[in-house]
Design a protein around this ligand. Structure first.
Ligand code: HEC
Length: 161
């Protein structure tokens, strides 16, 4: 840095500090007196926004079967079984047997909103066994939709929305 540059930087800095100091030290202004209230701005409604495009999908609530499989294996298969037959390794130890997701006659009669509720809030929230725990704290809403899409894919006869 040349000497000229250094000096001009110093001057710039000094003048900036000077300006700030001047701004702060200005206490001669009279305290703001309550004048006639300014009328509140009238809120204008936002122009209607077009709805975002919904992704075209045949899966329930937009759930993704593949992603659902991954979470199902981690969180659900121990009781409900890999193929949803209700035969996971933990099932024999439970006082109430886990629902068979492969049983389409039973499962297809349950709507997505109900499944979401029982998975997120647990069996107790729908009058079922608390052995079915609430998963809303572990899974996001999207993850729950994915798991629903996956368990729908296990149903025999197949689920059709
Ligand atoms: C600790 C064992 C266990 C785990 C883990 C478990 N469940 Fe369950 N689940 C149960 C039991 C037991 C029932 C049966 C409750 C009843 O019939 O009262 C059940 C019932 C259900 C039902 C049917 C509710 C109905 O109305 O019949 C669904 C759907 C379900 N579970 C989904 C899941 C999903 C999805 C997961 C993973 C996120 C999961 N469960 C994890 C034990 C478990």
């Amino acid at each position: 840095m040349s000497a000229i540059e250094r000096i001009s930087r110093f001057l710039l800095l000094a003048s900036t500090v000077g300006l700030i100091a001047a701004g702060c030290g200005d206490s001669s202004e009279p305290p703001a007196t309550p004048s006639s209230p300014t009328p509140a701005p009238i809120p204008t409604p936002e122009p209607a926004k077009p709805l975002p495009d919904q992704p075209a999908t045949s899966q329930p609530q937009g759930g993704n079967v593949e992603a659902g499989l991954a979470d199902y294996q981690i969180y659900c298969a121990s009781c409900h079984g890999q193929t949803g037959a209700g035969d996971g390794p933990v099932a024999p130890t439970l006082p109430v047997q886990p629902a068979k997701h492969s049983d389409g006659v039973y499962m297809n009669a349950l709507d997505d909103a109900y499944l979401f509720k029982v998975i997120a809030e647990g069996g107790r929230a729908v009058g079922k066994s608390e052995m079915m725990a609430p998963w809303g704290g572990s899974l996001t809403d999207d993850q729950i939709r994915n798991v629903i899409a996956f368990i729908r894919s296990l149903a025999d006869p197949p689920y059709s929305p």
